[in-house]
Design a protein. Structure first.
Length: 437
């Protein structure tokens, strides 16, 4: 009988304990979300917690407190403590209370899962309960690997020649980046890699590290001079193994510096005043655009017409000319005329320089002497024609005139070596003697 009483007592106590536990309130705190996910160092993250009562009894007012630790901090003025009020029994699921905290992530935060803790209390007693830590994901974005600079040797690629293209990368992340692949897409441009492929690989880059990769490129000899768009793709991994991809576009100019020669083509000065014609020859592989030329005047040189002239385009292997009227006080053998020229190449690169073009006075005199010689020839030519006709008539007369053989040979020699003089001697001497006989 005594044993039965003991068993009944134990069973009754177990039932009462189970019932008490079932009816006791049960506060549950869970991490509902984080936005953005992952969070980025130096930016903000919104974390939302859900607080539920899983018990069968209501609760007195509940207090929730966030415990911010590095790398998280609350916004200034925001309280870590939130008063939630009392909970009804089985207030869970959609009926649970959601609390949001806005946290600042330190700019030096380490990538990965970072712990965040909360605690709560109820029943109007100063006894806190702390659930397990929650993990907040932090990761840097792909923008942290930056293209620091693009440098092309000599500024452009000459058609048919090679040059170096240097791409400098900067790891702005606080973690190591791995398996970095830099690829140039050259499928649609007249450029090919020389000595290697169009892809370079960097195994690792530490935080803050700069790394430069060099591509040796050659331009097609027939490539038009202009700026070509070349896609640049960079793929890499972070320490967590997450893959990133960056697509960029860089400009690669093809062309060469213009070779523009300037010199005086002709001049016609009388007493220091007259016209000069200046020739502009493009000996380079690329065209010259928007050519403007100006003679710089001085005390010795005055331009009677406009000193400045717009010439425009000069094609490769072509030339243009411009004529100026000047007054030159210098009477030396030569004089350097300063000509300022300004122009663009095919890639709109601007060039400005002053070219001294030499005016030689003997060049001008030669042209004037040439004009005088032409006038002289106009006067002398009829006289020469008359003399030649006279010589031919006298030769014919000598051949027809009867004379001894040796005399004829002597006259022929005079006609050949003395020309018109021999013909004149025959006219005045030989012919008269033969007629006298």
């Amino acid at each position: 009988m005594k044993t039965i009483k003991i068993i009944v007592y134990v069973v009754t106590m177990l039932l009462l304990t189970t019932l008490a536990i079932a009816n006791a309130p049960g506060i549950k705190v869970s991490l509902m979300s984080q936005l953005p996910d992952p969070a980025e160092p130096g930016n903000y993250v919104d974390v939302r917690f859900k607080i539920e009562n899983t018990g069968f009894q209501g609760t007195p007012p509940v207090t929730l407190e966030l415990i911010p630790e590095y790398p998280f901090s609350l916004e200034p003025g925001d309280s870590a403590v939130r008063e939630l009020g009392g909970f009804q029994s089985q207030q869970q699921g959609e009926k649970g209370i959601i609390i949001k905290y806005r946290l600042k992530v330190d700019e030096n935060a380490v990538e990965g899962e970072n712990p965040l803790s909360v605690r709560f209390k109820a029943y109007n007693v100063d006894v806190w309960e702390q659930p397990e830590e929650f993990n907040i994901s932090i990761s840097t974005f792909d923008a942290t690997l930056a293209v620091e600079s693009i440098a092309i040797e000599n500024g452009m690629i000459d058609p048919g020649k090679t040059t170096d293209l240097n791409v400098t990368l900067h790891n702005l992340d606080d973690s190591v980046l791995k398996d970095i692949r830099i690829k140039l897409d050259l499928a649609t441009v007249p450029i090919i890699p020389v000595g290697s492929t169009n892809e370079k690989i960097v195994k690792t880059m530490f935080p803050g590290e700069l790394n430069t990769v060099t591509f040796i490129l050659a331009a097609d000899p027939t490539a038009a001079a202009k700026l070509y768009k070349v896609p640049l793709q960079i793929v890499f991994k972070d320490e967590l193994g997450k893959n990133y991809s960056k697509d960029n576009t860089i400009g690669v100019p093809i062309g060469s510096a213009p070779e523009l020669s300037v010199y005086i083509e002709s001049s016609n000065l009388a007493g220091g005043t007259g016209e000069i014609t200046i020739k502009f020859v493009n000996r380079g592989l690329t065209d010259v655009k928007l050519l403007n030329a100006k003679i710089i005047e001085s005390e010795e040189l005055t331009v009677l017409t406009s000193p400045e002239v717009y010439i425009g385009k000069v094609d490769s292997d072509d030339f243009e000319s411009a004529t100026f009227s000047i007054d030159l006080k210098n009477k030396g053998d030569s004089f350097d005329i300063p000509v300022s020229i300004e122009y663009l190449d095919a890639n709109n690169q601007r060039y400005t320089r002053v070219v001294p073009v030499t005016l030689r006075m003997d060049q001008n005199s030669a042209k004037q002497n040439g004009s005088g010689m032409f006038s002289t020839l106009l006067f002398v030519t009829p006289i020469l024609v008359i003399l030649i006709v006279f010589w031919a008539l006298m030769l014919y007369s000598m051949i027809k005139t009867p004379m001894k053989r040796y005399q004829r040979y002597l006259w022929i020699a005079l006609f050949i070596f003395a020309h018109v003089i021999g013909a004149a001697l025959f006219y005045f001497i030989g012919r008269k003697k033969q007629h006298a006989k």
